[in-house]
Design a protein. Structure first.
Length: 196
């Protein structure tokens, strides 16, 4: 018997033995350790010297209402209470299907996330194959914070990130999406998210 055949037989025997003694089903890594994440970026948020810190949470996309919360909060604190923008930190923490808005157009297209989220693209009327919440308006015709055509009323992710709002994703939600048959292959320290 040559070396290759011995290796093949030994490898097969090891795999068979492992399968026989491994009784637990394989599971995703639901709890990642600090080294698995972009922990430096997270630490900047947690240890920010900004006076006002607001964490908002949602788990549903709906019609995009989830994006009104951080926008309205920032506008209220800045314009309504006169707080300077550099003293306000707003984080939108997403889980469940809301987590999907953090994904890039490539992810929406590859995994047909519009079908998964039952979300139609208003331009096509079909299930979205792009992140319809990401792109900001091409231009604004008003500086009035109450005007719909101002930056301050643009609820897009891109506009809000430009104003300092941070969007974070729930890792467990990614695992749940994967478990729902959407085989979203992520590895630690990769970034399929928008604006990263």
């Amino acid at each position: 018997m040559d070396e290759l055949s011995r290796r093949a037989i030994l490898g097969g025997a090891v795999a068979a033995a492992a399968a026989a003694i491994w009784t637990e089903p394989l599971r995703a890594q639901f709890v990642w350790q600090k080294g698995d994440w972009h922990s430096d970026e997270f630490d900047k948020i947690v240890h920010s010297s900004r006076r006002i810190k607001v964490a908002l949470h949602t788990d549903t996309i709906g019609d995009g209402r989830l994006l009104r919360m951080p926008r309205n909060c920032l506008n209220g604190l800045h314009f309504g209470h006169g707080l300077p923008l550099d003293q306000i930190q707003i984080v939108l923490a997403l889980n469940g299907k809301a987590n999907l808005i953090n994904y890039s157009d490539e992810m929406w297209q590859k995994y047909k996330l519009g079908e998964f989220a039952a979300l139609k693209d208003p331009k096509t009327g079909q299930p979205a194959v792009r992140n319809i919440f990401y792109t900001k308006k091409a231009q604004y015709t008003s500086e009035d914070p109450s005007n719909d055509d101002s930056l301050y009323q643009d609820g897009s992710i891109q506009a809000q990130q430009g104003r300092g709002i941070v969007f974070i994703s729930c890792h467990t939600a990614v695992e749940e999406e994967d478990g729902a048959g959407y085989d979203i292959a992520l590895t630690p320290n990769t970034s399929p998210v928008v604006g990263s």
